[in-house]
Design a protein around this ligand. Structure first.
Ligand code: ATP
Ligand code: MG
Length: 470
């Protein structure tokens, strides 16, 4: 990643609170890079310590490539020769933590713009809600948004470093897998509006329990200086945050208490339809997205729009233009009136429950069967076995006709499904290529197929295989 931004060495020292070891204060950089291969000659290279690679191992390469400055951490500082750096006229700033320094630089940059920021967090639906929110705000403003899924302590700073003078609003995604991360991301972006989509069992390896997830997501509100919070009233845990929050809240959901509300939800082949109730207005909406969870994501986006002064009609029109994000309940029509829900991008218990609801809604509309091809949900720690048993039970209780399973936890998913009543002729454990073949042979007209698993399980191969076969 690289950003085209201009900073002087003294500004970097001031933003990071680091120590200047070499270079004149007025040394000027024309970009920030963290990858020595993409760094340009007058850049500042920040040596980030990653899970697999350590940027400090590439500092020499970056210097040889001509960067004008480096940010390194105290631990590594001793191994660099300052005399040589001074000779090279290289700016060198030493900080306690280089990732934190990147965040501080991005925060300084963000504060230099009169831009308003909407930050979105939650266990599921962040990226989709970000896209919907950006579309809604773009009806009235010039909008910047995170690209793809850039939601961590590297992705968020680079998103902010992409701000330009034209932007009036930015929509960013905040992700996490351990405590303190949302607090730090919130401090970096200083949002004007904070959105929490929902709280469910995800990243339990780092957070222990759903209550842990709630506390971690709550860090958004704790660090928002009482700015506007957009909260999901239909999520029991999130609504408890609404009761406690001191700042302004905009609540969304299906219940009468919600300020931004959906009613008359109907599922159709082309997408879900509902009536959007905003203050005194009611407008029919036809989304290009499927399932109840997408109605919630659209309500969250509408709530941000209301808060930012976008008119109800502009909000509705914008929501109707948004296409599904790749691999997120992306409904694909195949031959013989068969539809496939490509949900291969990620999986955890709550997003599985949401996806099964979508599958049920689509099958009800088509009067066809439900088929699922699933793989593992990652990062659930001690809860993994129970969660996969529960996934099997969920498929059985939903009335799924055929369940194809791959992955390490396949046996437990199958066990849950069998115990909840699915027959030996309905549950199959197999490798992904065989699943494609067997499913393609078994499929009938009007069937609805859900394909889902954590990204690393590679269920996108099954999606592609089925698209090719059907
Ligand atoms: P990540 O944590 O990987 O960044 P995310 O929170 O950005 O995920 P999306 O990528 O938008 O979420 O959606 C991931 C999956 O979550 C979707 O494929 C869908 O199955 C499910 N999902 C989307 N919106 C919701 C929602 N509001 N409630 C529950 N599940 C949802
Ligand atoms: Mg995301």
């Amino acid at each position: 990643m690289r950003a085209n931004v201009t900073f002087t060495l003294s500004e970097i020292v001031q933003a990071t609170g680091g120590e200047r070891f070499s270079g004149t204060p007025d040394l000027c950089f024309s970009g920030i890079a963290i990858d020595s291969r993409t760094a340009m000659s007058s850049d500042l290279f920040i040596a980030i310590v990653g899970e697999r690679l350590d940027g400090h191992d590439f500092v020499r390469q970056a210097i040889n490539g001509g960067v004008r400055g480096i940010v390194i951490d105290k631990k590594h500082a001793e191994s660099f020769s300052y005399a040589r750096m001074a000779k090279l006229e290289l700016g060198c700033v030493v900080v306690p933590d280089t990732t934190e320094a990147l965040g501080k630089i991005a925060n300084q940059y963000r504060k230099g713009f009169g831009v308003s920021i909407a930050a979105i967090t939650g266990s599921n639906g962040k990226t989709t809600t970000k896209e919907l929110t950006a579309a809604v705000l773009a009806a009235k403003y010039r909008v910047h948004k995170s690209t793809g899924n850039h939601n961590n302590q590297i992705g968020l700073p680079f998103t902010l470093l992409g701000l330009g003078p034209a932007h009036q609003w930015a929509v960013v995604e905040l992700g996490m897998n351990h405590f303190g991360e949302i607090a730090r991301l919130t401090q970096i972006c200083e949002p004007d509006i904070g959105v929490i989509t929902n709280v469910g069992p995800g990243h339990l390896e780092g957070l222990g329990s759903v209550e842990g997830v709630l506390a971690a997501k709550g860090e958004l509100l704790e660090n928002m200086a009482n700015k506007t919070a957009v909260l999901n009233l239909d999520d029991k845990l999130v609504s408890t945050l609404a009761d406690k929050y001191q700042g302004e809240t905009v609540l969304f959901g299906k219940g009468a208490k919600a300020q931004v509300r959906a009613k008359n939800i109907k599922h159709a082949n082309e997408g879900v339809r509902f009536t959007l109730c905003l203050k005194d207005e009611e407008l029919p909406v036809q989304l290009r997205l499927h399932g109840d969870c997408m109605v919630h994501n659209a309500l969250a986006a509408a709530a941000v729009g209301v808060s930012a002064g976008v008119s109800p009609k502009e909000i509705r029109d914008a929501l109707e233009t948004v296409n599904p994000v790749k691999g997120r309940q992306n409904v694909v029509s195949l031959g013989n009136d068969v539809q496939l829900i490509d949900d291969a991008y990620n999986a955890n218990p709550a997003s599985f429950a949401a996806a099964v609801m979508t599958l049920q809604a689509l099958a009800k509309a088509s009067k066809g069967r439900m088929i699922m091809a699933v793989s593992d949900m990652m990062e659930l720690g001690d809860y993994s076995v129970d969660a996969h048993m529960e996934l099997g039970r969920m498929a059985a209780q939903a009335g799924v006709s055929l369940l194809f399973i791959s992955g390490y936890y396949a046996g437990w998913t199958a066990k849950g499904a069998r115990e909840a009543g699915m027959g030996i002729d309905q549950v199959f454990i197999d490798e992904k290529p065989n699943i494609v073949t067997r499913l393609a042979e078994a499929v009938q007209a009007k069937d609805r197929i859900l394909v889902k698993g954590s990204n690393s399980t590679g269920m996108s191969e099954v999606v592609q295989g089925l698209k090719d076969a059907l």
